[in-house]
Design a protein around this ligand. Sequence first.
Ligand code: SF4
Ligand code: SF4
Ligand code: FES
Length: 472
Amino acid sequence: MPKCTIDGKEIEFSAGENLVKVAKKGGIEIPVFCYHPGLSVVAQCRMCLVEIEKMPKLQTACSTPAADGMIVRTQADSAVKARAATMEFLLLNHPLDCPICDKAGECDLQDNSFGHGSPSMRSTEERRTYVDVDMGPVIQKNMNRCIHCTRCIRFGEEVAGIHEMVAVKRGNNLDITTIDGKQLKTEYAGNYSDICPTGSLTLKDFRFQKRAWMLKKTDTVCEGCSKGCNMEIQQEGNKVYRCVPRENLEINRYWMCDEGRFNYHYTQDPLRITRLKGSAFSPTPHWDEVGMAFKKLANGATVQILIGTDLTLEEMQAIIDFAKTQLPEAKLFHFGTPGVRRTTEDGPLDQILKMKSKTANLNGAELLGLSPLETEIVKAESVVVFRGGRAALPKIDSKNIIGVGVFKESEASGFNMILPSLAFTEKNGTIVNHQGKSQLLKRAVLPVGQCKPLPEILMLVLNAKKREGAGT
Ligand code: SF4
Ligand code: SF4
Ligand code: FES
């Protein structure tokens, strides 16, 4: 493998890798603004200037491919001074907004200013100000904070496939805006806030909710469709405030869609049923009553068990095992997205990430040998529905309906009993995406109310039935 030397450290690289990437491999951070690994390289901010032996002028590390034997100095006097000058220039018009800016604490401009800027500012000129346009429901714009890196324009053109974001006017009047002040029309708008290296484009949903440094982060996977985009849940005080994409070059690269980003809201909806509920219980229901009530309701001559493809492999397997011994006559089916009953009917919804299956584990259900629910209306004397929260509920015609999982008040009419279980933010488990990749959901927050893990609920029912059988 070819090698180059950066700050005295010999580092191996693959052909075509730029100096920013190669330096990172060796644990050396070269500051950047306009460079993003998922976008084209434009080398226009001049933040990544480095000295390269035998080259007469400083070079932009983002646009310079490493070469065998190359000697690079990121800390050469000339490079350090040039980066400080770039910072001074970029900050000429930047407001002193950090105390009220949502980006504070995770802002590249803040970090690079601290690491590479000069402690004082020579400019005494008035700062430039803009009147901002409304960019739609997802993104809040504040052009006063913009440093013209054009990441947003390139993201629109190269990833989201829209051309609304443009740079108009020139020089000190340059304005990054939308054509004719229109709103952004993309289902991937949240990514604008992730890639903007300043607080110019922030999420309306997250605005003034929490300081970035207070959030605790959990690496997990989106359950919004069968793509399985990698993401991070950010929470504080057992409340989820934000989901952001995590890099996975084989699945979602650096991005996620808005549906997946904001999907977590249903888990914190005040109308989510988080306590035992239903006519089968006493006025103050307790888990002790569940076994008896379950037995009464699930004892019809025909029993159907519906398993949401929004559940994890482990949960599905627990249901299958439970049914084998406790309800051997019952018929088991999986359900999830109307019109997408099997993986062969799944496929891309667009050219970016979104898939037709709106549940994460259709593939997993098939791997466990479950058959799809083929009928529009489920008819049986007793029906037990297991659901993670996203699977679309089928119409059910039955006197005895039990729901186990995540349901909203509006979805529970007709159910005789709801046993509240965990949403994807509250549990660990495996899901298999449309490519057949197994990935882990990880618990980010603790269960709320009376919610219990699904296997534990099945054990409670099982033990209650055993106790009854033993006459206790
Ligand atoms: S709005 Fe943000 S991403 Fe767009 S050019 Fe300005 S600083 Fe860069
Ligand atoms: S494409 Fe699917 S998995 Fe990816 S973020 Fe959107 S909903 Fe989630
Ligand atoms: S990051 Fe290299 S010029 Fe902007």
